[in-house]
Ligand binder design. Structure first.
Ligand SMILES: Cc1cc2nc3c(=O)[nH]c(=O)nc-3n(C[C@H](O)[C@H](O)[C@H](O)COP(=O)(O)OP(=O)(O)OC[C@H]3O[C@@H](n4cnc5c(N)ncnc54)[C@H](O)[C@@H]3O)c2cc1C
Length: 463
């Protein structure tokens, strides 16, 4: 109680302490159940963040920072007696400078809101996780979010120029800056990207922004085997064509979208491939037709090109909503969709996709496969019943096997969702199997240097 009193003195009404107020912060978008935190702090400025962190440091109170709470690995849930530090009140876009290609924003700004604002300047911020409506700038930086447009633009890491961070000892540091190039010592900006709130609290970000593409078009191709989908994308990239987005969906995912969104797909097809290209108005038609020729080499059941914005938006939103569609089919409270997230080089996709399907069968699971296929990123969306222990154990075994597929093909056990609670074992396995165990020692040393008492997101990423 003394601790709550101390925090109240810093935050006043911006400290939530009642059970009802705390419950929404106990879970994120993963299937993990957190525990009741001591309190939820909603600081309004960097000074308050600093005071809260200093107070928690003095009293050894663990802190979990929270953006939109859409993490899929349990990285934003609290355990017992944690303080949740919500960045919801850091919601301002401070400056936009298109001529210098940067925007300065607070971490609580939602990605879609940022892009709506940037559109006024004819610019956009490319990282585009399917959760962009609810995901925050701070959370997406801290998970190095990827998403659909990572195919062409890369993940969040490529778009963060500088940060203001409150460190676990209360120091406020500014790393990076407004310029597009800089070689001045270690790249600390990059270190905070993907750190899952273990190294400090991001309180401001300088983001690189880019002009909106002049013209876009889409190829929709349907195939009867997953092998053909993998080979088609691999060939496309081999030819030097980098799609703006390239996504695939399997039949279970298509059926779910039909059921929940009324979309219609051809009956006789098992896989859908969406390939978007961006270019100039003069070139887009030719580039689409060149890319379609490559995809045709792998015998699609059907293929079509469209540049109709309404049709394109409809499919884009449907793909972004694919996970939510699967989730909305739940019939009881204990049902969830556990999501696997691996990545392999594009040339290994065909083999990795086939092996993933085999593992699904071997473990007798119902799994919808989709993903950001241009990056070699495969998501296995596993229908799960949390109340069925044997079923959950099978899912754990599948996740290990799924991770092994990634490692075997030179990829990673986590493409874009991070480690959180879910992938601690998989991270160790990846480092072990690639002979990189010493990397774990380096990571532990870094974490200890920033946070000797281990108050920041204790129990996440690694112990
Ligand atoms: C339907 C759905 C679709 C998704 N699709 C994608 C996708 O396509 N691509 C993808 O990459 N991810 C995807 N995700 C995962 C998730 O949405 C992203 O990782 C997202 O970027 C997290 O943002 P958030 O604001 O919700 O973060 P949170 O869940 O709030 O936090 C995530 C992590 O960041 C830390 N954190 C948050 N804010 C800060 C801060 N200011 N300073 C320091 N640490 C902080 C937290 O402690 C936690 O460790 C999806 C999730 C859902 C539910």
């Amino acid at each position: 109680m003394d601790q709550v009193h101390g925090l109240k003195q810093i935050l006043g009404a911006n400290l939530l302490t009642s059970r009802e107020q705390k419950i929404p912060f106990q879970t994120d978008a993963s299937y993990f159940q957190g525990q009741e935190p001591l309190a939820v702090a909603l600081p309004e400025n960097v000074k308050q963040v600093r005071e809260v962190i200093k107070f928690c440091q003095e009293h050894s109170i663990p802190v979990v920072v929270r953006g939109g709470g859409t993490a899929l690995t349990g990285s934003s849930i609290p355990f017992k007696d944690f303080i949740v530090l919500s960045m919801a009140k850091f919601d301002k876009i401070i400056e936009v400078k298109p001529e210098d290609r940067y925007a300065i924003v607070e971490p609580g700004v939602k990605l879609d809101a940022l892009n709506q604002y940037l559109a006024n300047f004819g610019h956009f911020y490319p990282p585009d996780p399917a959760s962009s409506m609810a995901a925050s700038v701070g959370g997406s930086i801290s998970t190095n979010a990827g998403g659909l447009r990572a195919s062409l633009y890369g993940t969040t890491r490529n778009w963060v120029l500088g940060l203001e961070v409150v460190l676990p000892n209360g120091e406020i540091v500014k790393v990076g800056g407004k310029v597009l190039k800089r070689t001045a010592g270690y790249d600390l900006t990059s270190m905070f990207v993907g750190a899952e709130g273990t190294l400090g609290v991001v309180t401001k970000a300088i983001l690189k922004i880019w002009p909106l593409p002049e013209s876009k078009g889409r190829i929709l191709a349907y195939y009867d085997t997953i092998d053909k989908v993998g080979k088609a994308i691999s060939k496309l990239k081999g030819k030097g064509i980098t799609p703006l987005i390239a996504e695939f969906l399997d039949r279970i995912s298509m059926d779910s979208l039909s059921k929940t969104r009324g979309l219609k797909f051809p009956d006789e097809v098992d896989y859908m491939l969406i390939v978007d290209l961006s270019s100039t108005r003069e070139s887009i038609d030719r580039e689409l037709s060149d890319a379609a020729e490559v995809l045709k080499e792998f015998g699609p059941v059907s293929i079509k090109i469209t540049t109709d914005p309404t049709e394109m938006d409809r499919i884009y939103e449907a793909r972004k909503g694919a996970y939510s569609s699967l989730l909305s089919e739940r019939e009881s409270n204990s049902e969830r969709v556990v999501i696997g997230d691996i990545v392999v080089p594009a040339s290994e996709l065909s083999a990795a996709l086939k092996e993933s399907e085999e593992k699904v069968k071997e473990h007798h699971l119902k799994v919808a496969l989709f993903g950001h296929i241009s990056d070699g990123n495969i998501h296995a969306n596993i229908y799960a019943d949390l109340d069925n222990r044997e079923h959950m154990e099978r899912i754990d075994r599948f996740q290990i096997d799924f991770g092994k597929i990634a490692i075997k093909h030179g990829g990673s056990v986590s493409a874009e969702h991070g480690i959180g609670i879910e992938k601690k074992e998989l991270l160790e396995m990846e480092l072990e199997e690639t002979g990189s165990q010493y990397t774990m020692e380096i990571m532990k040393t870094i974490r200890k240097a920033f946070d000797p008492n281990g108050i920041m997101n204790r129990g996440k990423m690694f112990d």
